[in-house]
Design a binder for this molecule. Sequence first.
Ligand code: FAD
Length: 450
Amino acid sequence: MILFIHRKDLRTIDLPAFDAIHSAGVASLHVLILDPFLLRKERYLEHSGYNFLTQVARLHQDYILAGKQLHILYGEPDIVVKKLVQTHPIEQILVHTDYTPYAVKRDKQLNATASSLGIRFQTYSGSMLCDLDEFMEWSGRAEPYKVFTPFYRRWRTFLTERFRPPYSTGIKDLQTASLEQSVATTFRVPDEVERLLRQLSSRTNDLDAYRKLDHFLSENLQDYTVRRDKYAEDGTSRISRYLNTGAISVRMIYTRLTEEERGAEEWLRQLAWRDFYLLQARLDADFFNYENVFDLTSLGTRHFEAWSQGNTGIPVIDAAMHQLNETGWMPNRLRMITAMFLTKNLGCPFIYGERYFRLKLSDYDNVLNRGGWLWSSSLGFDASPYFRIMNPVTQSQTHDPSGSYIRTWLPELTELSDKEIHLPRPGAIVDLKSSRALAIETYKQILQSK
Ligand code: FAD
């Protein structure tokens, strides 16, 4: 029997591990382990954990609809796996790769446990558009690409020449095994989470990632280039929360995209940013090690508090933080503007913002979030130069001239004219000009001394 553990691959099609199970022609035990370390209460009550559980509930439904078994367990993965191996005739463990430091450590431990029990632990690359190992070998490089554009050109050629079509085995082709009752009892999901999962399973609307994709491709893709930064118009795909949990397959997205013409290239370029960051996370030892490099003022906590509550007096910043707090969503351009504002104008360490987004974003992803925060704080590969600081007022005037986004999220400003609505409010927490000058000077000194 094969043990298959779902992680960031919450779907039942296009999974390399499913093909491997099918070829082996044996029964498989499918489990999803809710890890208390990752799923702390403060997390699942917030947008990011809630979205993850929503996808877990939908995955469970997919198994049930296919007449197959998925066992959702709660516990420390290594302990759960040991127990599963003791109680079931498991000969092999299969998973899809994950690159965060916690996941790497966890998998190293699982690998050691498996080999001490005489079992093979096999990983497959499931979440990227290009298999990064194959891509690096094909490119003849040992080092990751440090600049996006050359990476993108090679990545694009690789896709054209080597794209591997989606894997053909679906859950309906596999023979899933039952779980020993003693294991189900020992690792029972806490009542509160169980109740939440039950509630979420009944809400099947809005869960169909492929319907969302089709809608985007038919309605918005052709204007993507001009609309992606017009954040009041909602012209992007909003597919990220499905991609990051693996609810949708990026290879299937690409297959659909090749049927489209207008806008496809620009959108594909955004998907390349995803692989660019995954590659860094995988190959650059520093990626997860940057810490509080910049802490520019003694007002960090007060500044962070005002920023996170949308109370800075800079309208576009406050509107974006209100949208995030209320819905778990913030468009990309506003993520860049709010992140730069926090790290540069307010002088806070980027990890304050990174941690806040971790709880609040419904599409939270450890690698992409860190990538975005490093970019905004001029750290890591191909980051924004330290002297190019986005001015929130001019950004707002450029991308939403009528201020309709601000009016939606800060209704108290509705009466202001289109001209006034972008401007700092009386008592704004910081002066944009002097804080910008201070940030440039300090960043310059710190970066040059590194
Ligand atoms: P679309 O514009 O429709 O793009 C399609 C896909 O391309 C996205 O779903 C995403 O997978 C990828 N993509 C687009 N832009 C980027 C980018 N700048 N970097 C990497 N991949 C990109 N993205 C997350 O998925 N999770 C995060 O936790 C996250 N945190 C971020 C934090 C900051 C500070 C910043 C600046 C960016 C962050 N991003 C994050 C990247 C980006 O903002 C989102 O991927 C994007 O807004 C998702 O919206 P969409 O699906 O409508 O994107």
